[in-house]
Ligand binder design. Sequence first.
Ligand code: GLC
Length: 709
Amino acid sequence: MTPQEKVRTVVGTSVSPASPPQLAPGLVPSVTYEGGDQVNTYLSEGSVRGAAGESLPLERLGIPSIIYADGPAGVRIDPVQDSTDLRDWCTAFPTASLLSSTWDPSLVEQIGDAIGQEMREYGVDVLLAPAMNIQRNPLTGRNFEYFSEDPLLSGRIAAAYVRGVQGNGVAACLKHFAANNQELYRYGIDARVSERALREIYLRGFEIAVRESSPAALMSSYNKVNGIYASENKWLLEDVLRGEWGFDGEVMTDWWATCDPVSQIKAGNDLLMPGCPSQIDSLLSALKYGNLDEAELDRSVARVLGTVKRSPKMSGKPVGRHPDLASHDSLARRIAGEGMVLLRNEESALPIAPQSKLALFGVYSYDTQVGGSGSGYVNRKFKVNLSEGLEEAGFGVDSTLKVNYTAYIAAEKAKLPGEYFWVIPTAGETAVPLEQIRRAARENDYALLTFGRMAGEGSDRSAGKGDYLLSDLESGLLGTLCREFHALGKKVVVVLNVGSPIELTRWDTLPDAILFAWMPGQQAGNAIADVLSGKVNPSGKLPMTLARSYTDIPSSRNFGVSEGELNKVCYEEELMVGYRYFCTSGVPVEYPFGFGLSYTDFNYGEMEAVGDSLIRLRVKNTGKCAGREAVQIYVRKPGHMAGRPTLELCAFSKTPTLMPGESCTLEFPIEKRYLQCFENGEWLLPEGDWTFFAAASAEDLRRSVTLSF
Ligand code: GLC
């Protein structure tokens, strides 16, 4: 390869995600006919409209261009790929926080597999997912795309997702490495994090995913980590990622992270995406004037071509464009039901009796949010709103309310821009006249009220009313509904259609039941109805703590920017993120990490340790209906070292569906590597007694066993 060809190989062909790609010269999507059927194929180096980027083809060397596309909730490409009436729709799966709420890696692997199939069918070679930054603060705009406040849960779920995707012969890409835990100033914020907190919290999830799923690619984050841009950070990309964890794939920049191309290549960031001509010039002149050794460039060229070599494009087989969308659609519905979290169910308000008449309130009941905006968006063919799902499930949905809400939403949205990946317009909440509520209370059996929040890439949420807090209108509506329906002995159910937490403390004792439904993908309405009707017994558990108030959260003192320090955010809370803080400090929470109710009950039987690397636990369904139980194993390490949490998740497993009276034994391998503490610059395994707890949540420790290492 000539130096020009090498340089062109490590710089993308500048496809900007927003507009149809400027096709590299001579490349066009093409239509061919085989045996009379219209089979839309792509030239082996063809572009895919709506993809995020592509690598350079080198016909002379038989190197095809490969296609990079988002995103975590499904493949994000344009449905219109050519002049035919074929449409490349993709399945909008539930967003990441719901996947981790299933606590079921095998189920998440199935989602990855389905996404990998759609990639194959549509000619996408690298998926820019999973996104797996730690949810350090509930206001982070992209929390819906991330998994958890805990690195073990994040890492295990991410690894399952990667295995599923890559089982199809395509590549996955972990992102955003590392410490991209807010959107404010994301291109330049300097995350000041101690090495201990980095290794034990912010890097640990990536480490688990690298070791347990060998992702082909990884995306460095925009931000700085302790003063050095992640994409120029040799310690991160070479010493830790490759030197310690054995990562052997390619590292790409996030889009338009145009730092210094030479420093990026030198630091082990192999591919500059989506690429721009100035980067080519910089690298060529650095080669010419000796600022960049050709050997350093060769290292990155080899890694980028490694991804090309393993891609379907190398086989040159035409793409089919016929993924099994029907089975992916039912998988989306199934996993959505598995990940919803039942927070409250007073006097078994749920499940709702069949054919009940429901008074549906809240705009999100009629315009249910399936996912967030930004690169994590999916061009889906349809979505099922809660109102439709409830009717589909045979419930009566009050027609007066339905007509009024749908007309209001249509009128509001007519004033807003059309939906596209960067902006999902939503109508604001609307008041309902008291006599309407009283009529609905007389004529219906239940009130259902959905609170929703939109979120997306590029901005964080606010701690104020209408976002983290209910708006006055929302809390007023809830109060009136509870007063009027309770007066007639009828129940009120709240559904949370949000990508990450809102505050519940001030209102959650008013309704009889609360279902945390997340952003549940295109089958949202049916999946929520499945849980409310009891067709699905909820088995999801919280992947993050729901604090009593925002200011209880340690990072609330250092979120966005640290006092007075523009462009710098200091992670002063150190290891005290989420339940690690609340279980250690004793500060009460509204709902703990790992919490979730079921329509049945489970008993935890004897817990036994097999040697010092395996724990077994009997679990029995002692309730009235079939269900699944996600069991967590927490560890309390010996002694109490300053600044260390008293409890840490070290394993988890979920039972298969257990019929009433049925038991099973769960096994929990204990990996010592992840029990180590990073103290004074080195890993160590404290000596003494280690206590392991089998728990239904971080605050519901049911059995324990003590081991001494
Ligand atoms: C974005 C995101 C990244 C995405 C990329 C391509 O800015 O940060 O997650 O994969 O650009 O769309």
